[in-house]
Ligand binder design. Structure first.
Ligand code: GZL
Length: 324
């Protein structure tokens, strides 16, 4: 069974690759004729959906980097958060005999057959963002994304330090996704499982997050904190809390992950209490990795996109300076 390895080891590799990527990008960008390919690289990209502000920003970053001018012929397919749509897209990419297949798996499991077929086709896989658990040996050449477990730990450490007695409702992302599994693991390691009085999934969307919290407010009247696995569900929680006549950020504290603009605005407005970043703007690093894969250069198995954290001291200047 293969799963993306412990991501801490990837940090050093990330720093190395990031420096290399930036260097080679700047060479290419300055037009000094770097080592750019004369051939176009045909990339099949299966994006899992458009469920959140994070996903939208990630898609924009990927499309802004995998351009014709940069030497790519990108086929981009949105799966509307359905695994069967992703598997169909991956099979289409095999039929089209693309040069590289890239995808962000909506959940960790259920990919063995299609990953084996891709491997048999000889097309290299670049895994993006989410992780996979599979029996296929060496299922992908390289993965780029965030350390979800660390994100959960950072959120949990802030809670443990600032609200040690919190009664927490956990608003989970898409069940079975690497982001949900690992954020939950990291968060619970930091706060202790006993601090979590209830949980339910909001599938990383604002609407489903609101519905889940409406039910939670009835089921857990003594909850005083929500850990939402992304900003969008946290914003849905704000709507539900306000509809119940309570004050988000005060009666019920909210801790989230992503740091999209709407989430950081809620933080600045006092409706969120703490936000852990999960940076989606890595299209340039992805483009560089794909070029290295096609050139059969050595690439690290993992490139971890480094995250930071925000509290309510965030300024409007910081907010305005955000890329997404
Ligand atoms: C994280 C990404 C998650 C975001 C959500 O890298 O996979 O999926 O946290 C998105 O906003 O839905």
């Amino acid at each position: 069974m293969f799963r993306t390895f412990s991501k801490r080891a990837g940090l050093l590799a990330a720093a190395t690759v990031s420096a290399l990527a930036l260097a080679s990008c700047s060479q290419g960008a300055s037009g000094d004729g770097g080592s750019g390919d004369s051939d176009t690289i045909r990339v099949g990209f299966s994006q899992l959906g458009a469920e959140s502000g994070w996903r939208t920003a990630n898609t924009e970053s990927v499309k802004a980097s995998l351009t014709e001018d940069a030497g790519f012929d990108l086929t981009f397919v949105d799966a509307q958060q359905k695994q069967e749509n992703q598997i169909k897209a991956l099979r289409d990419f095999i039929d089209q005999d693309v040069d590289v297949i890239a995808f962000s798996p909506v959940i960790e499991t259920g990919w063995d057959e299609v990953l084996q077929d891709i491997k048999d086709s000889g097309i290299p896989v670049v895994l993006v963002d989410r992780t996979v658990t599979t029996t296929v040996e060496d299922p992908y050449v390289t993965w780029i994304g965030a350390d979800f477990r660390l994100e959960g730990e950072m959120a949990g450490e802030w809670v443990a330090e600032n609200h040690p007695d919190a009664k927490i409702f956990q608003l989970q992302g898409t069940l079975g996704s690497g982001a949900q599994v690992d954020r939950e693991e990291g968060f619970e390691a930091a706060v202790g499982a006993d601090a979590i009085i209830g949980e339910a999934t909001g599938n990383f969307t604002r609407a489903e997050g609101k519905v889940a919290v409406e039910a939670a407010l009835q089921a857990y009247p003594d909850m005083d904190m929500i850990f939402a696995h992304n900003d969008d569900m946290g914003l849905g929680a704000v709507e539900a809390i306000e509809a119940a006549g309570l004050t988000p950020g005060e009666d019920i504290k909210i801790v989230t992950v992503d740091a999209v603009r709407d989430g950081l605005q809620a933080l600045k407005d006092g409706k969120f209490n703490y936000v852990v970043e999960c940076n989606p703007v890595f299209g340039d690093q992805l483009a560089e990795l794909i070029k290295q894969v096609v050139a059969e250069e050595d690439v690290p198995l993992e490139t971890v996109v480094v995250d930071k954290t925000f509290d309510q001291s965030i300024t409007q200047e910081e907010l305005d300076a955000r890329l997404y």
